[in-house]
Design a protein around this ligand. Structure first.
Ligand SMILES: CC(C)(COP(=O)(O)OP(=O)(O)OC[C@H]1O[C@@H](n2cnc3c(N)ncnc32)[C@H](O)[C@@H]1OP(=O)(O)O)[C@@H](O)C(=O)NCCC(=O)NCCS
Length: 421
């Protein structure tokens, strides 16, 4: 075994970027690395190093299906970096509850020369153990491929949707509200005012991911390569909402859209749909249940071009996650959670309702059994218990209890993350 795991240091970033760039097809410039240091905390990253390599991407060969062992003396670590994984510190909003801490797993890659030897498994094992030891109840990620993360306990918690709005057909109904209050703002004003609007939006939006303060500095750098052929970012500001967008050959590409109130949302939509010379408004930045269609005379003006998994959640602490949310109706059920890695496993009595919830270990007989990815899928109201039961992912001793849990877990709004990472 020549592969071992080490905590990253600030000096490792260029080599980490090389591994990430090879996996995802990115050329990181020196400026990119400087920018990334704003948001990337090396302490949150684990590296797999192969001390059997001599540099230049040799095939190593020492690592086996056993993956990698934890190495000591991180600062003196040697060997080529052959695997990278880490996280951003987020919080995520459960339905009706206050945001809970969640590590946002990111920058996951293993060198093509070292694939399928258990290095990803070892790195995630190391990260999850660290999160659990720190008392973080949840890990989340967005997945490059759908087949990787279920085995590590992740389930699809929120859905992403891309839409294209044909401006020539997008006529607002005569009785649609016209609250106004939107104006253009400078980047400096956005930096000052929008983080608070975003915080307020997160508080009421299930599945919303918080943005650590440096995230705003990073996003608003607006480097040319972030523009993907479009203009720099324009800003529409409302006291309770924000839209960031770019123009690109007649297409308005919305990159950020959040509104604390429906008035702000409608006011922002009105301005987006009022731009002369724009043929299409395109965005992936709206929730599945955005009311736009219902504001238009022709709902078909809004065309969905993609629907798919967005944020995946891996529950590490079942009582913390289930007690953090509110439930649409009162529920009292005993859940048996299966988790091969142990973190979320156990039998728990969940008592919850619209005003609060508690979830405690119990020896009582289970009403329902489910695996940990299924728990991640229902935790934010994104997937119905009933749907998972039909797939055999939730089994219920008493169908009436399953129906009750199904009704209880449904959230008032579709969970939606609003931040891609
Ligand atoms: C995905 C990736 C990180 C996997 O790394 P790896 O070290 O080869 O993975 P491991 O050997 O630890 O595999 C662990 C398990 O996941 C499975 N697995 C790994 N990659 C998979 C994939 N792309 N699709 C389906 N299953 C996969 C393995 O078969 C293995 O399954 P098992 O242990 O249940 O039998 C690596 O292939 C890679 O860097 N890909 C390109 C970048 C990428 O997609 N990163 C993910 C970003 S979200």
């Amino acid at each position: 075994m020549t592969v071992s795991l080490h905590r990253a240091t600030a000096d490792d970033l260029p080599a980490m970027a090389t591994v990430d760039g090879r996996a995802f097809g990115i050329d990181y410039s020196d400026q990119d690395l400087t920018d990334l240091r704003l948001i990337l905390d090396p302490d949150r990253f684990v590296l797999a190093r192969d001390s059997g390599t001599t540099g230049g991407g040799t095939t190593g060969g020492g690592a086996t299906r056993g993956g990698a062992t934890r190495g000591g003396g991180d600062h003196a670590a040697e060997g080529e970096i052959v695997g990278v994984a880490g996280s951003f510190p987020f919080a995520i909003t459960p339905p009706g509850g206050a945001p809970i801490a969640a590590e946002g797993v990111t920058w996951v890659s293993v060198a093509a020369t070292h694939r399928r030897r258990g290095i990803l498994r070892a790195m995630l094992g190391d990260l999850h153990a660290g999160y659990a030891a720190a008392g973080t109840p949840l890990a989340v990620l967005t997945a490059s491929e759908g087949g990787i993360y279920g085995r590590f306990g992740y389930g699809v918690a929120t859905t992403g949707r891309n839409v294209e709005i044909d401006r020539s057909r997008a006529v607002l109904r005569a009785d649609a509200p016209d609250p106004g209050g939107v104006r253009f703002a400078s980047t400096a004003e956005v930096r000052e005012r929008v983080p608070d609007i975003h915080r307020r939006w997160c508080a009421g939006q299930p599945g919303a991911l918080s943005r650590p303060s440096p995230w705003w500095d990073f996003a608003l750098l607006d480097r040319p390569h972030q523009r993907r052929g479009g203009t720099s970012r324009f800003h529409l500001l409302h006291a309770d909402g924000y839209v960031g967008y770019r123009l690109d050959s007649g297409v308005c590409r919305v990159v950020d859209f959040f509104a604390v109130t429906d008035e702000a949302r409608i006011a922002l939509w009105r301005v987006l749909l009022a731009m002369d010379l724009v043929t299409t408004v395109a965005t992936g930045a709206v929730a599945d249940d955005d009311p736009l269609r219902w504001l238009l005379t022709d709902a078909r003006a809004v065309r969905t071009t993609r629907v798919g998994d967005d944020v995946w959640a891996r529950v590490l602490d079942t009582p913390a996650v289930l007690a953090a949310r509110r439930y649409a109706v009162d529920v009292d059920a005993v859940l048996e959670v299966r988790d091969p890695d142990g973190y979320a496993a156990g039998r728990f009595r969940l008592r919850g309702g619209p005003d609060g919830a508690e979830c405690l270990p119990t020896d009582d007989a289970a009403d329902l059994a489910l695996d940990v990815p299924a728990l991640g899928a229902i935790a934010f109201g994104g997937t119905r218990v009933h749907t998972l039961a039909r797939a055999g992912r939730v089994s219920a001793a008493d169908p009436a209890v399953a129906r009750r849990l199904d009704a209880a877990c449904t959230a008032e709004r579709e969970p939606y993350a609003g931040t891609h990472f």
